[in-house]
Ligand binder design. Structure first.
Ligand SMILES: [Zn+2]
Length: 187
């Protein structure tokens, strides 16, 4: 009887001994799966970067279309005239009124982007040293609107720039249903 008991105990302990081995195998499989998943994630990351780039290109085209061909937004395409090594942004005054921004802010942005020192004449045209065509100015204004005017959520241009107590600038959406606020870089 004693012998039988021992045998049975042995059998049980064998079973117990086998268990951890099984679970080790399982975790090996899990590890491989994790590796495969990680590789997949890396590929997805690369794809994401590619689509991000692609989206940026489409974004630019879409935003330009949206801004300058949409009657409800109503922004005129910038008009540039080159003469005597200087470019005049002829409807600069109209443009900053249409986007409801201070002309000094827009001028500062243009200077920073182009690395120049522009000036505003008596007709409120922006005079820039160098040759720029309407397309260049259009891209510049689009970039400005994207960063400092258009709400990233509802896409309205009915927004304001607000400076808080810690002197941070915020783009604040005036659409009450949206009410988005985003931090904007100082020009
Ligand atoms: Zn909004």
């Amino acid at each position: 009887m004693d012998d039988f008991d021992n045998n049975e105990k042995l059998e049980i302990s064998d079973e117990i001994l086998n268990k951890p081995r099984l679970s080790t195998n399982k975790s090996d499989i899990n590890f491989e799966q994790t590796l495969a998943e990680e590789e997949e994630e890396i590929t997805e990351d690369k794809e994401e970067i590619y689509y991000d780039l692609l989206n940026k290109v489409y974004d630019q085209i879409d935003i330009e279309k949206e801004l300058f061909s949409n009657k409800s937004i109503n922004i005129c395409k910038p008009i540039a005239k080159y003469e005597n090594r200087k470019t005049t942004w002829e409807n600069f005054d109209k443009n900053f009124v249409q986007i409801n921004r201070d002309h000094e802010h827009l001028k500062k942005f243009v200077d920073k982007e182009l690395g120049i020192k522009s000036s505003v004449n008596s007709k409120q045209n922006l005079i820039m040293r160098g040759k720029f065509d309407s397309k260049d100015i259009c891209e510049l204004l689009t970039k400005y609107i994207k960063n400092y005017v258009q709400c990233p959520t509802c896409r309205t241009i009915n927004t304001s720039i607000i400076r808080n107590e810690s002197r941070m600038d915020y783009l604040s959406c005036n659409n009450k249903k949206c009410d988005t606020q985003k931090v904007v870089q100082k020009v």
